[in-house]
Design a protein around this ligand. Structure first.
Ligand code: ADP
Ligand code: MG
Length: 258
């Protein structure tokens, strides 16, 4: 399902300051997009406008060409699986946690037995099936993050929105989660949008980059838009980009403070 944002602007009520300012972009189906930018640049807010948790004061989003102002909250929620930046911990097994995701928002799915097969399928798909009976507090950070992703996926959304899914993960788990997201995006033909600070994982796995600075879309496009000049402008950081083992890698040199 394609996502086309058109001239989005948003200010939190009562603040007056525009957190999002005239943002337009297109993300295609079967692609992994990343939203990047300094702290406070509007990344989480932009992610929330895609499933209309935040309703822009002007501009709109077209989901497969349909203006989402004409869709109900429930229709939008059915299209979009969402993982917020801070997800509350639930004390239950992996299987139950994912089953809860299946039943959320949908009263018809609450009867006994419904969704069990879907949960099994998703757990297999993301290699969590061996941990199905483990309690969530007995998991490593990487495993827990995969449970949260499984939970967003179990209702079979066409759009997957994840706010900093690799935060707090060690290097191996960061790599594993991003590579998993790339795999499921292509296999399930999802439009995945990930907020991340990990530019090198993004350079390796993402198809599209949306770079925010102070609420404006500074640059958008494929990997080739990521240049030392763009990094200096968006992050105030001097860097070099070199190809290592076939992937572009950004090496920070020094903050280029104004
Ligand atoms: P990011 O995810 O890039 O760090 P956010 O989208 O969370 O940025 O926040 C962008 C700006 O909006 C920040 O200045 C933040 O303080 C402000 N903001 C975020 N949430 C709220 C809110 N609920 N009410 C008022 N201001 C908010
Ligand atoms: Mg954020």
């Amino acid at each position: 399902m394609s996502i086309q944002a058109q001239n989005l602007s948003f200010a939190y009520p009562g603040t007056g300051a525009k957190v999002l300012n005239d943002i337009s972009f297109i993300l295609k189906s079967s692609s992994l997009g990343v939203i990047m930018g300094p702290n406070g640049s509007g990344k989480s807010t932009l992610l929330k406008t895609i499933n209309r948790l935040v309703a822009p004061q002007s501009g709109t989003i077209f989901l497969d060409g349909q203006d989402y102002r004409n869709l109900s909250r429930r229709e939008i929620a059915q299209h979009c699986g969402y993982m917020p930046q801070k997800s509350p911990a639930v004390h239950c097994t992996v299987f139950e946690a994912v089953l809860l995701g299946h039943k959320a928002l949908n009263p018809e799915r609450r009867q006994a037995g419904s969704g069990l097969q879907e949960v099994e399928k998703i757990l297999k798909l993301i290699h969590l099936d061996k941990l199905a009976d483990r309690f969530t507090h007995q998991l490593s950070g990487g495993e827990l993050q995969k449970v949260v992703i499984a939970r967003a996926l179990v209702r079979r959304p066409q759009i997957l929105l994840l706010d900093e899914p690799t935060n707090h993960l060690d290097l191996v788990n960061q790599l594993e989660v991003m590579s998993l997201l790339q795999k499921i995006t292509h296999e399930l033909k999802l439009t995945t949008v990930v907020v991340t600070h990990d530019l090198n994982s993004a350079l390796r796995f993402a198809d599209t980059f949306l770079l925010l600075k102070e609420g404006r879309l500074h640059t958008a496009g494929a990997k080739n838009i990521i240049t030392p000049q763009v990094i200096a402008e968006v992050f105030s950081l001097k860097s070099v980009i070199a190809e290592v083992a076939g992937f572009p890698v950004m090496v920070p040199l020094a903050p280029s403070l104004p």
